[in-house]
Design a protein. Structure first.
Lengths: 174, 785
């Protein structure tokens, strides 16, 4: 680990990364796990991991590193929930506290579609994820591939079809 | 140049502006030009929709950031000595506060004294150190200065936070989510420290205007929330709907010691007491004949509809508390009771007051209020497990009566000497536990506890809801990661009906029974305790029976609205256990970190106190609190009679109000027996009273006794009594006021505030300062509503 100078502490560096990416990462995590508070916890974990990581290991591909780790953490969390099949997952916390939650997947199907984003939410999870990474986070095909583990051409394929689908549905709504 | 058509994924890639040689070399088929432009436009609109969402940025909580800060700084070099650097935005925050507090300070006639306090931001890190005398002294000066007190909102919490600063040798990330709140508090303290010093404003303002401005404002908002309302109880009634499972029968028929106690009085109205119509069959009475009287004197039958009224606390069950009366010493020279180390009532009462409600009288158990606080009693000498400390002075609410305090101090046992623990958590994961401050708080609490446990300690988790199950098999505490995972995985959902929940818990505990260790089932729930054994009687018997086998039972209550206080207390008593109520992260810390392992380590059980009053000196006495802990005088020497336990390092305090023999006081007693020998005061002993104690070793069956005659000064002014004495008295007075006790005498909120304010002592965990805040809040509560 590089020496920490008085001018820029470790925390200063981390903090810059946090400020720049937290919003995007929280949104991304929330798009996977569904709850905003849980998403925040996940993202905090990600930054904690970053604290343990050597800068050299993440230099150059920090963004995709962050997204990849967020993705893994979020999927882990999701898997664990599923394993706990004994108890259905209820996001009562958010509902009670009145925190605006990001509802994923099926939940809004019955409501009238008002925006493109709602259509995106209805996409199958892999498509939704790639579309989100592309349009929300502005990642390149290559970065998306690094985050998701799909090949670059796979990403292209997914986006191609997802957009086609979205466009059609959007037309139908309008 | 090669062409691509609209069915080629590269077509989309190009429309999305993806850059690559491959794509640059390609051109769109002419017939697809229009489709291409359409797709480009579509992509743009999609992007802009996402961007609109981006305008509402998501942010980590301040606490999470602080945790990251710790982790980030721990990363380089010597972890133990490294202190947290303050990010620029804390200075920003400080500036805001500084300006606010500065204006108050300037108005203060002691402004100069305060302004000279040595608290530059660079030195604020000193606040992290427990030992740092200067910082604490600085705070003390502020505390004593009544005029600034009002200005420093959240000061109590902040100071506590300082005292409980995280030890830096802990791996920083391991306790993070659990300590988020703690960290927020610490941060509040830092900011206050900086602000009170009103120093370095220039520097702060410089940072304020820097790029972190935005983040600082966000933090400020959060801080403001935190400071103004440290524990906002924001539970909505939304979830009342799913609680309508018909449990009214349980609610209406809690039977305690042969007495029906259907305590469903609507919140905050002490007049709404339930009157029992007949005195025969208690269960029947509760269901059929009970009624309650409202403030206008109208008597309402206690029918089911009352139970279903959607009042916020209508499902909370409290056992009726009938305060102890004065007893004539001639008729009843012996007063016998079991100790009680529980503190749940205080946290519960605090929760009600902080949510703006006047506590239900029956929720106020004065002894639990008093025992919530630590008192500075000396450690026992020799082999005795506790020291006995008696003190007396005038009662602050009476011209004539005296107060006698009996304080027991359990022996401290150092961490290494603590026996190994085998804990089985029995967690209620029913839907209602998903509300804030319930399951989430239970999870954080357990994580805090896991950090305290050693490699030989074991923890297991059994959950119950729609079905029950083993969420974590008994695991040694060095597998912290595994345990934390299991804890994190707990989710709420389903209705409470635990099948074999409690049996499973006991089974797991028995499997890993540690001979001579702490074996305990710990129930965490927000309400109805339907763990499979349905009727109260057999549940009580089960718990009693298991306690005999060496597995004790503790109950921890969470949340509100559906909360069965009386039942929880009763069960934990039968199980030789403790009962606590947790309403905040801070309380979780107190119960799980400061108290739990000590509390669980029982150093003496069935501890009974019998006070023998000398009629030559004392005409009458009244035990304050301990209402449901009273024992018959014969029980004292009866070793089969169950009583309270005392844990390592815990203290227990009881107060008697006594009427001196020469006082002009009519004892509301029965006719004196004509056979009782007339006592002759000239021959009588000059002793006032003798305190006798009986206790058993944790695994013993026969009791040992201690006798401690009190010959000390008794008729002395209240003000010369020790700070501990005065503080305990003020807490007792507070309890009596909340209960609107007929014995409250001349006590008033202002008087309590004065007494407690002067008796704060060292208050290292600032619980006493918080008490004062609480009294203030209670004072401002609307009367009777």
């Amino acid at each position: 680990m590089a020496e920490v100078t008085n001018r820029e502490t470790e925390w200063d560096r981390i903090r810059r990364v946090v400020q720049e990416h937290q919003s995007a990462l929280i949104r991304y995590a929330a798009s996977i796990v569904g709850g905003r508070e849980q998403a925040k916890d996940i993202v905090q974990e990600v930054f904690l991991k970053l604290c343990k990581q050597s800068w050299r290991d993440v230099e150059g591909h920090l963004v995709s590193w962050l997204f990849r780790v967020t993705r893994n953490q979020a999927l882990d969390a999701l898997r664990k929930e599923k394993r706990m099949s004994l108890f259905e997952k209820t996001e009562t916390l958010e509902a009670v506290a009145g925190v605006g939650e990001i509802v994923a997947g099926e939940a809004r199907k019955s409501e009238a579609i008002r925006s493109l984003l709602e259509l995106v939410e209805q996409l199958p999870s892999r498509d939704r994820e790639v579309v989100t990474l592309k349009f929300q986070q502005g990642l390149s095909y290559k970065e998306i591939s690094e985050v998701t583990g799909l090949t670059v051409s796979n990403v292209g394929y997914v986006l191609h079809h997802a957009l086609k689908e979205l466009k059609q549905r959007w037309k139908a709504v309008k | 140049m090669k062409k691509i058509n609209k069915d080629d994924p590269r077509f989309t890639a190009k429309a999305l502006g993806e850059q690559s040689e491959e794509l640059n070399d390609r051109e769109i088929e002419n017939q697809d030009r229009e489709a291409f432009e359409e797709l480009e436009a579509f992509a743009k609109s999609l992007e802009s929709e996402f961007r609109a969402e981006k305008d509402l940025p998501e942010k980590l909580d301040v606490g999470q950031l602080m945790a990251l800060e710790v982790a980030a700084n721990n990363r380089g070099g010597d972890e133990k000595r490294k202190l947290i650097a303050f990010p620029a935005w804390t200075y920003g925050l400080a500036a805001c506060l500084a300006i606010g507090v500065f204006s108050i300070v300037v108005l203060d006639r002691q402004a100069t004294e305060i302004a000279t306090l040595p608290m530059a931001p660079e030195e604020a890190s000193a606040f992290r150190s427990k030992d740092d005398g200067d910082a604490i002294v600085g705070n003390d000066r502020l505390r004593r200065d009544g005029q600034t007190e009002g200005a420093l909102v959240g000061r109590g919490q902040a100071i506590k936070a300082v005292d409980e600063a995280i030890p830096f040798d802990q791996p920083a990330d391991s306790r993070i989510s659990a300590q988020r709140r703690e960290i927020q508090l610490r941060q509040a303290e830092q900011n206050l420290a900086v602000a009170t010093g009103s120093l370095s404003r220039a520097r702060a303002e410089e940072s304020w205007s820097s790029e972190t401005n935005e983040s600082a404002q966000g933090s400020l908002r959060q801080f403001a929330d935190l400071a103004v309302n440290a524990e906002p109880v924001a539970e909505s009634q939304l979830f009342r709907g799913d609680l309508v499972a018909d449990r009214s029968a349980t609610v209406s028929g809690i039977v305690s010691q042969g007495r029906a106690t259907p305590a469903i009085a609507p919140m905050g109205e002490k007049e709404n007491r339930i009157r029992l119509a007949s005195e025969t069959n208690p269960q029947k009475k509760a269901e059929a004949g009970a009624s309650w009287t409202d403030r206008s004197g109208v008597v309402h039958p206690l029918a089911t509809p009352v139970l279903h009224q959607p009042l916020p606390t209508d499902r909370e069950g409290y056992d009726r508390i009938e305060e102890n009366e004065f007893k004539g010493v001639l008729d009843n020279p012996l007063s016998t009771f079991s100790i009680d180390v529980d503190t749940a009532s205080y946290a519960n009462v605090r929760r009600m007051i902080e949510s703006g409600q006047r506590p239900v009288a029956d929720a106020v158990r004065i002894e639990e209020l008093i025992n919530y606080f630590k008192y500075d009693y000396p450690q026992p000498e020799g082999e005795t497990p506790f020291s006995v400390n008696v003190e007396a002075a005038k009662a602050p609410w009476s011209e004539v009566n005296q107060l006698v305090r009996i304080g027991l101090q359990g022996k401290e046992v150092s961490g290494e000497d603590r026996p190994d623990a085998n804990l089985v958590f029995l967690i209620d994961v029913s839907g209602s536990m998903g509300q804030p401050n319930k399951l989430s708080l239970a999870q954080e609490s357990m994580k805090l506890l896991v950090e305290q446990m050693g490699g030989n300690d074991r923890i297991a988790i059994v959950v119950y809801a729609g079905s029950s199950g083993l969420a974590l098999p008994s695991t040694t505490a060095n597998n912290k990661e595994t345990i934390r995972h299991a804890i994190d995985n707990l989710r709420s959902g389903g209705s409470t009906d635990g099948g074999a929940g409690i049996e499973l818990a006991y089974e797991v505990a028995a499997e890993r029974f540690i001979e001579g260790g702490i074996n305990r089932v710990i129930l965490c729930t927000d309400g109805d305790f339907n763990v499979g054994v349905t009727d109260d009687g057999s549940l009580t018997r089960l718990i009693e029976e298991k306690a005999k086998s060496g597995v004790f039972f503790s109950a921890i209550g969470f949340g509100r609205g559906n909360y069965q206080d009386g039942k929880m207390e009763q069960l934990s008593n039968k199980g030789n256990g403790n009962y606590a109520y947790i309403d905040s992260q801070q309380e979780a810390r107190k119960v799980f970190v400061d108290d739990m392992l000590g509390t669980l380590h029982t150093i003496a059980k069935d501890v009974k106190i019998q006070v023998d009053f000398n009629p030559a000196q004392i005409k009458a006495y009244r035990l304050i609190g301990y209402v449901n802990r009273k024992l018959a005088k014969e029980d004292f020497n009866d070793d089969t009679e169950d009583a309270g336990e005392i844990g390592a390092g815990r203290s227990v305090t009881a107060l008697y109000e006594i009427v001196p023999a020469n006082a002009d006081f009519e004892i509301p007693s029965v006719d004196a027996s004509k056979y009782v020998a007339q006592h002759d005061s000239s021959e009588a002993s000059s002793e006032w009273l003798t305190v006798k104690l009986r206790y058993k070793a944790p695994d013993g069956d026969t009791s040992q006794s201690i006798e401690e005659p009190f010959t000390g000064e008794i008729d002395r002014e209240f003000d010369v009594a020790s700070a501990d004495f005065r503080f305990a008295s003020s807490v007792a007075g507070f309890g009596m006021l909340l209960r609107d006790s007929e014995y409250k005498g001349s006590i008033s909120y202002d008087r309590i505030l004065r007494i407690a304010g002067n008796a704060r002592g060292r208050d290292s965990n600032s619980l006493r300062s918080q008490f004062i805040e609480l009294v203030r809040k209670a004072k401002d509560l609307p009367e009777g509503e």
